[in-house]
Design a binder for this molecule. Structure first.
Ligand code: SRM
Ligand code: SF4
Length: 565
């Protein structure tokens, strides 16, 4: 049966009945419950809030006959990841004053998540974020999420032009409901004129599923542009943007038990001039709005709509809405996908510093007081703070004469400079997973640091430390650290066990394939070792590990796989 003939999913009903994302949130914020109802939990996501519980405490609390420790994760929407110094400091302070953990999490979509906000602190948290002129509306939910962009600053005109285009997209594609102001900022309810809707683009059921848009200049794939529902690659001539190649249908999510789900890289779709960009992306969003699967959320992303109906059908539907034929996409060439670490010239007499944030977690440890260091440097030198999609931070706009002082201040708190760290470490990513992620089946952020030194040693022993091999880990198959286009990925299968994927690539242009199933954490290095040894012996000049795996195939290594349990 076609999706349109079947019963819509429960979330569709909740969205429609929520009256443009109001639900009963205003009332729930007044009650004494420590958690929100199931329906409100769904509505909350659109406001940038996930209800979670501290999974480390679950067993103990159960033993004591107590309820779970309910906490919220609050995700801001920070277009392109750009924050003023003061805005960053607001998050730093909220983490200390209103969260259980006192940390900030830089995400793989260059925003900040605050974990561990109890219900009583939620409204105050969102109010403070809004007072800093940042919203959480659109952080999550079935709508266009935070639009990401390569974070490298610079004085070339194309960077400003891309920023302008990004903000136009945010303006057109952002949710418009007044509910956010009523619930979180005590705004007066609005009276709509008859026949007017609060959401001209989305309607009352929003999109069938999350929708991700990314933008980057041609040549630089630091953001993994192919992993997005819509990828926009700016073509540059004489320092200016001439137009964009539009890619459609990327996405990482899969379900371990359902082979009909899969990661997919976005397909080249069209070329558009700058002035038509917003209309083209809006038309794509509306086609997905009207034809995406609203029955089964597992197949509701744009990638499935495209594969079900075909790219040609999709293009003609978009063209019909635009009223003109789209130009063919341009050929794309990539040179870089690393994260702009270290000092770089930004403009005459001004530099930026790309800093490594281990697994995106800004916190104070005994040896490295990263959270304090960032706070002090940002307070004193007032750089623009740019969050990257590889969970790192760029401090930008630093006068050259202050470079040494910035560095000295960071070192005072034990923060290493990126050039002192291995490429393996700098390029590795892990998703949040336990203890907050409700979908995690295995550890990720907390165990990657144990694995990295082992791989660093192995790469050094094999003479491949500078080969730029990317390593990514997630606590489940959903793919939040974009594992399926890394050279090596460990994807949580169950507690302590990971599926191993090999053969993506450091430029983010290829998918890897599953190499081994449910490998215990302690055996991960040994499972990959034979392939790395062969790579070290047989690689061609300039050949990356992923490329090598795809050239020779993984079959011959599968037979040498050690016992896995
Ligand atoms: Fe994600 C769900 C964390 C980027 C694919 N993701 C979740 C939730 C909200 C779990 C949930 O639904 O209850 C996780 C919250 C954990 C926590 O405690 O914070 C979560 N995702 C993250 C972050 C924080 C990972 C990180 O370590 O940085 C990233 C936040 C991004 C942001 O700022 O918006 C994050 N998630 C991604 C990405 C990467 C990207 O977008 O570049 C992906 C893969 C790309 C894609 O969307 O296909 C991703 N997250 C998912 C999925 C699978 C979606 C699918 O199509 O199947 C889920 C589950 C779902 O939506 O049902 C999910
Ligand atoms: Fe949670 Fe899975 Fe995403 Fe990791 S990949 S944050 S475990 S949903």
């Amino acid at each position: 049966m076609a999706p349109e003939q079947q019963k819509e999913s429960k979330v569709e009903v909740i969205k429609r009945e929520s009256r443009f994302l109001r639900g009963t949130l205003k009332e729930a914020l007044q009650d004494d419950e420590a958690k929100f109802s199931e329906d409100n939990v769904q509505v909350l996501k659109f406001h940038g809030v996930y209800q979670q519980d501290d999974r480390d405490l679950r067993q103990q609390l159960k033993k004591e006959g107590k309820d779970r420790h309910w906490i919220m994760m609050v995700r801001a929407r920070i277009p392109g990841g750009v924050l003023t110094a003061d805005q960053y400091l607001v998050f730093d302070r909220i983490a200390d004053e209103l969260t259980d953990y006192g940390t900030l999490r830089i995400t793989t979509r260059q925003t900040i998540q605050l974990h561990g906000v109890v219900k009583d602190n939620l409204k105050e948290t969102i109010r403070r974020i809004n007072d800093a002129m940042i919203t959480t509306l659109g952080g999550c939910g079935d709508q266009v999420r935070n639009i990401i962009c390569c974070s490298a600053p610079g004085d070339e005109p194309f960077r400003g032009e891309m920023r302008e285009d990004l903000l136009s997209l945010v303006d057109r594609l952002g949710a418009k409901t007044h509910a956010y102001y009523e619930i979180w900022l005590d705004g007066e309810p609005i009276e709509l004129e008859p026949g007017k809707t609060e959401e001209p683009l989305y309607g009352d059921v929003y999109l069938p599923r999350k929708f991700k848009v990314a933008m980057t200049p041609e040549g630089d794939n630091c953001i993994d542009v192919y992993d997005n529902d819509v990828g926009l690659v700016a073509h540059i001539e004489d320092g200016h943007v001439t137009g964009y190649t539009v890619l459609v249908g990327g996405g990482m999510g899969r379900t371990a038990t359902d082979p009909k789900t899969y990661p997919r890289l976005a397909s080249p779709f069209a070329y558009t001039s700058r002035d038509k960009l917003v209309d083209v992306v809006t038309a794509i969003v509306t086609v997905q709005r009207d034809f995406g699967d609203r029955v089964n959320r597992r197949f509701a992303r744009l990638k499935y709509t495209l594969d079900r109906r075909g790219v040609d059908w999709f293009r003609s539907e978009v063209e019909e809405r635009l009223g003109y034929r789209l130009d063919a996409p341009r050929e794309l060439v990539w040179h870089n996908a690393s994260d702009h670490f270290g000092w770089h010239r930004e403009a005459d007499g001004v530099s930026y510093l790309g800093l490594f944030i281990p697994q995106g977690r800004v916190k104070d440890d005994e040896g490295v007081r990263l959270k304090t260091a960032l706070r002090e440097v940002i307070r004193e030198f007032r750089p623009t703070v740019r969050l990257t999609t590889q969970q790192n931070v760029i401090l930008s706009g630093i006068p050259d004469e202050q470079k040494a002082a910035v560095e000295a201040r960071l070192r005072e708190f034990g923060v290493p400079m990126p050039w002192e760290l291995s490429p393996t470490r700098l390029g590795a990513m892990a998703c949040v997973a336990l203890p907050t992620c409700g979908l995690a089946v295995a550890e990720s952020e907390r165990v990657l640091p144990e694995l990295l030194p082992q791989f660093e040693q192995l790469f050094a022993d094999l003479g491949i430390a500078d080969a730029g091999i990317t390593l990514r880990m997630t606590g489940c198959p959903n793919g939040c650290a974009r594992p399926y286009n890394a050279d090596i990925a460990f994807v949580g299968r169950t507690l302590g066990k990971y599926d191993v994927f090999l053969g993506g690539g450091s430029l983010g242009t290829a998918l890897n394939e599953k190499f081994a199933d449910a490998v215990p954490f302690a055996a991960l290095v040994d499972v990959v070792r034979p392939v790395l040894e062969a790579y070290a012996r047989e690689r061609q000049v300039g050949e990356g590990f992923g490329e090598y795996c795809r050239r020779v195939g993984l079959e011959r290594f599968r037979s040498t796989e050690p016992a896995l349990s």
